[in-house]
Ligand binder design. Structure first.
Ligand code: FPP
Length: 244
């Protein structure tokens, strides 16, 4: 009989990877460049990582593009970020669609410029039937706001007699979140060495593996994504149970 060690079965790609893209400003500062230069290179990293996620067979990729707290940045930086998003959607939509990517947005549309809302609608509608990677862009997103809005909708349904309070359980509650139909993330990556969740997918990441990487977002590439997935595969997920 062969004594070769049995090879571990390939665990396959994770279903859902979420990323807090951090470090654009520091990347620019280290080069004596304005912050917008970091964001520009950051949007090139978005393009690379979306392609990388497709190559790696990931089902869902959620990117934190603009948080509900990011409005506190100087107006010129907010405008730069919105401008980059416009450029990304206008330039990339055809290629995303051609590659079978389904695009979805989470976050508050209220407060966004009308033309951005139109671009969001167009991206979602045009790609709705695609069966490849689902790319979820979190824009004007904050978990607290998402949870409060869910609670409000539940209260409205209960007050209208459409729902009994004792029918509200975790599954029912999750169905009121914007991530309905999206599996919870398996991995949440934050780049740039910071280690916090910053109001991102708080409900959905209850059992998510957190991977903090020192790479600044503009330098992030498919290889970094693959490393994060390797780290995830090396961890034992117990969902509150003991190890077997
Ligand atoms: C954090 O870096 C990054 C952001 C607040 C925005 C992320 C946006 C992009 C990557 C570009 C546009 C997005 C898309 C989807 C095309 P930071 O500015 O907080 O960096 P710092 O902590 O080093 O200052």
């Amino acid at each position: 009989m062969s004594t070769a060690p049995a090879r571990k079965p390939d665990p396959g790609p994770p279903a859902h990877v979420a990323i807090i893209m951090d470090g654009n400003g520091r990347w620019a500062k280290a080069r004596g460049l304005p912050r917008i230069a970091g964001h520009q290179r950051g949007s090139e990293a978005v393009r690379r990582v979306v392609e990388g996620a497709q190559d790696l067979g990931i089902g869902y990729l959620t990117l934190y593009a603009f948080s509900s707290e990011n409005w506190k940045r100087p107006p010129s930086e907010v405008e730069d970020l919105m401008g980059l998003l416009r450029v990304y959607l206008r330039r990339e939509l055809a290629a995303l669609h051609r590659n079978g990517v389904r695009v979805r947005f989470i976050g508050e549309r209220h407060g966004l410029a009308d033309d951005i809302v139109s671009l969001i609608d167009e991206a979602e509608n045009r790609t709705a039937d695609n069966a490849g990677l689902t790319l979820i862009i979190a824009l004007n997103y904050g978990s607290h706001n998402e949870i409060v809005r869910a609670a409000r909708a539940i209260a409205r349904d209960a007050a209208a007699g459409r729902l009994r309070p004792d029918e509200i359980d975790e599954t029912r509650f999750a169905g009121y979140l914007q991530t309905i139909d999206i599996p919870d993330p398996d991995i949440l990556i934050r780049t740039s060495g910071e280690q916090r969740l910053s109001n991102f997918l708080l409900w959905q990441s209850a059992y998510t593996e957190l991977v903090f990487m020192d790479t600044l977002w503009p330098d992030f590439n498919k290889q970094n994504l693959a490393e994060a997935i390797d780290e995830f595969h090396g961890r034992e997920r117990r969902y509150g149970a003991t190890s077997g």
